[in-house]
Design a protein around this ligand. Sequence first.
Ligand code: ARG
Length: 660
Amino acid sequence: MQVLSLIRSRFADVLATWIDDPALLSSTLERIVPSRETHLADYQANVAMPLQKKLGKPPLAIAEELVAGVKLGDICSSVTIAGQGYVNLRLSPEWLSDRLSEALSDPDRLAVSLAATPKTYVVDFSSPNVAKPMHVGHVRSTVIGDAINKILRFLGHRVHSDNHLGDWGTQFGMIIYGYKHFRNQEAFDKAPVAELGRLYRLIQQTISYQDTVSNVPKLEANILKAEQKATDSKQKATDAPKDKKLAKEAASAHQQWLDLQQQRTQALAAIEAATHDLDLLERCKAHPDLGQRVLKETSKLHEGDSENIKLWEAFLPSCKAEIHNVYRRLNVQFDYEYGESYYHDLLPMVVEDLLARSMAVQSDGAICVFLDGYEAPMIVRKQDGAFLYATTDIATAVFREREFAPDVSLYVVDHRQSEHFQKLFDVLRKIGLTHTELKHVSFGTVLGDDGKPFKTRSGTIVGLESLLDEAVERAMQVVCDPERLNRSGAEFSEEDRKNIAETVGIGAIKYADLSHNRTSNYVFDMNKMVLMEGNTAAYIQYSYARTRSILRKALAEGIAQADLGAKKLALVEGPELALGLQLLRFEDMLSQSMSDYLPNMVTEYLFETAKLFSSFYEQCPVLKADSPDVVLARLRLTELTGLTLKKGLELLGIGTVERM
Ligand code: ARG
């Protein structure tokens, strides 16, 4: 039930006779909101004051006319005016109880309606580069994307989820080169992905060292230039001491000079450190310009060189299998997993098409699209003929348009790619993909406690799996602490405990990720995320298990399932009504969370619900209530709370256990 839209539509019946302008009408209706002052109202309409000018009447008079005209008799027990013309609404306990009874009789959907006009979505998420260590950033994309995917489906939309695997990029050039020159055959036969990971890091380290060395002379030259500039700017600023702009310029020139010096210090330190790494120095001597050699292997692969294609075909399945292990563990599935390689044959056409439309031009031998508002163009073909990430994304969008005709296309990707997506969307609109709303659902960086991007211990996909193991282990310590379980009086088998720890541990990682507004960075803190207090998965999962234990106890005490099954609720006391109102808002909350794709609205809702349940349970005895009717009513409220918590977690991809 969309309560807010219902209330707004009742107000609209009156307001539409006063306001012709549809935009003003809808912005006025948006001023009808859930009340923050819950002791005064459930909902509040703050529309009278803003309409004062338009209607030429004092707000109080407007509010009075509104209250006289609006038909809310069935929904509200009181409609009153406060202050300068706020309209306060209290829902009628009977109406509220009836709606909750409906939800309880529909345990699968909790009476959440299906979208009246379903849309078609493509959700591009997870999308790691295979053969390269998967990092926590990809977990973030996976977890946020999966939640969005599940919520949209639940709301009745058509969703195509696509894991746009990076299975065709430079990293393959790296491992192909590494395999040809540095492989340990025995290690490869035993554990191919681990060996490929080692080769990847070996090549990366070597290239990075060579780049550092070759960059030093350039750095030196830049430092001299920066020093000159800093001196000049300082002189100018000293000559005109009142000129703030010059002073600022001088400060920034000085800073640039310092930054470059620091870069040189770091570079020299890295070079110094490498003097003891004889293997590295040996490798550099035998494989000069390794970056170029790797690019050569990549372009040979793209041109269809049979040896490289064979290697790629040999590597890909095990790389994918490794990634699929993580998905299995996280319980995430995709409809499609085309991957970048799927679009390879379409890329020349993309470039031809852009040239034919005069959108792309030759520039220094490369083919580029220049876009207003950006310094750097979008390169779609490099001098050496290689296509790029952006070229593939254009081909992918065109393909999706043909295949799915989406109304909305979501890209759940790291915020560092925001310029890429802005440019991509510009190009796509220019080539006519105007029907689809394109949206970069960006997210911030996962940080370690040092404030730097979080790295798993070994920086590898194996590291990622061990991170999941660690969360499960911690969950076992916290939740399955023998003393704690003993106190609960119930028997937990070894298997029960394993299951609880897995559900809580994986849930903890997902929930921690989802509970931060996706646009901000967040600090990965394993200690906090497995706790049973606060805004954590374990707290919500525990609240759910508590509802189940109350219901089990009721059945054990002889309350018949059939009595529980009669789905009538009757809410009377304050804490019952507060919890009931919160449960009624489930659908409003879900659809709001999808207006800007913010799963943290769901976690906030679940946290609030669990807290309201806890105060209800403290203040309103359930099994020891005064009359059998009240016992039943409270048991039903408990059951609906449990169903709502479970469904909410399920939509976030998080599991529950019946006892913990
Ligand atoms: N593979 C990319 C990376 O790891 C992310 C791909 C996102 N999706 C897309 N259509 N560009 O950075």
